[in-house]
Design a protein around this ligand. Structure first.
Ligand code: PEP
Ligand code: MN
Length: 274
């Protein structure tokens, strides 16, 4: 049930669901130390405050790149130390809690695992927040009910993430359902963010949908960014280049200013609220 006051969720030192709009960004998959560090520095410079990066990947085909696993996690640890950015990655199996918990500031539950109640129950027993993505074909109601597996376990720190749903439309990877942002925000007290990268699947349309998500009242975004999208080992077609990420962040800042929503720009603005 909707509570009178919106709940904020702290991801490391970053507050999600408060007045400030939060951008999380990084590569779909962590591919090397250099790739992650370069990306982390770039997104931080342009105003993102949380780093994403896949360690274990759940891919539709078992024959495609499955992530570098523990090697990627050690790269993430070094980059977190160097940049101070909180880190979020997908947990694909409850047995990964032990190795991920010391490194991540938030666990991500991917679309393919929204119905994995064993995983959700395990995360309900954790203290770190959970970013709960919507399943490809999940009703808002089912998605909200999935969150209750985490909440009822005692972990009240859940953030919803709309990432597009499967419809009859094939011109984009998925269909971005921004209705869900408005609906969920009216039904729950928890923060709601949007992942336009997986929703659209085509990098040229991601910026527009990022702006639309902010205008629809989302509390933040999660964006895929790669130093060279054409060489990405996963989801390169939807990854923003460094230039396009910087341009998107600049537009986002103007939009949020017009909407009277503070946006903490990155180190380029010395952390000031603009
Ligand atoms: C991802 O964030 O890289 C991912 C696999 O997303 P989703 O679970 O939404 O497909
Ligand atoms: Mn991806």
């Amino acid at each position: 049930m909707k509570q009178a006051t919106q709940k904020t969720v702290s991801v490391g030192s970053v507050v999600v669901g408060g007045p400030k709009f939060v951008v999380m960004a990084g590569p779909c998959s962590i591919e090397s130390q250099e790739q992650l560090l370069q990306t982390a520095k770039h997104i931080q410079l342009h105003g993102a405050s949380i780093l994403r990066g896949g360690v274990w990947k759940l891919r539709t085909s078992a024959s495609t790149f499955q992530g570098l696993g523990s090697e990627a996690l050690s790269y993430a640890q070094k980059v977190i130390q160097q940049t101070g950015l909180p880190f979020v990655t997908e947990i694909t199996d409850p047995r990964q809690v032990e190795v991920l918990a010391p490194v991540v500031s938030m666990f991500m539950v991917g679309a393919r695992n929204m119905y994995n109640y064993a995983l959700l129950k395990e995360l309900g027993m954790q203290k770190k927040p959970v970013l709960l993505k919507r399943g490809f074909s999940a009703l808002v109601d089912e998605w909200q009910k999935a969150s209750e597996y985490v909440l009822q376990g005692g972990n009240e720190n859940v953030i919803f993430c709309e990432r597009g749903i499967r419809t009859f439309e094939t011109s984009t990877r998925n269909t971005l359902d921004l209705n869900s942002v408005a609906v969920l925000k009216s039904r729950t007290h928890l923060p709601v963010i949007v992942d336009p990268s997986h929703a659209v699947g085509l990098s040229e349309f991601v910026p527009q949908m990022a702006l639309a998500s902010a205008a629809a009242g989302a509390d933040g975004l999660i964006l895929e960014v790669h130093p060279d999208p054409s060489k990405a080992l996963s989801d390169g077609r939807q990854a923003l280049s460094f230039t396009s990420f910087a341009e998107t962040m600049a537009k986002l800042e103007r939009l949020l200013t017009a909407l009277d929503r503070p946006f903490v720009a990155g180190s380029s603005a010395s952390g000031s609220v603009r």
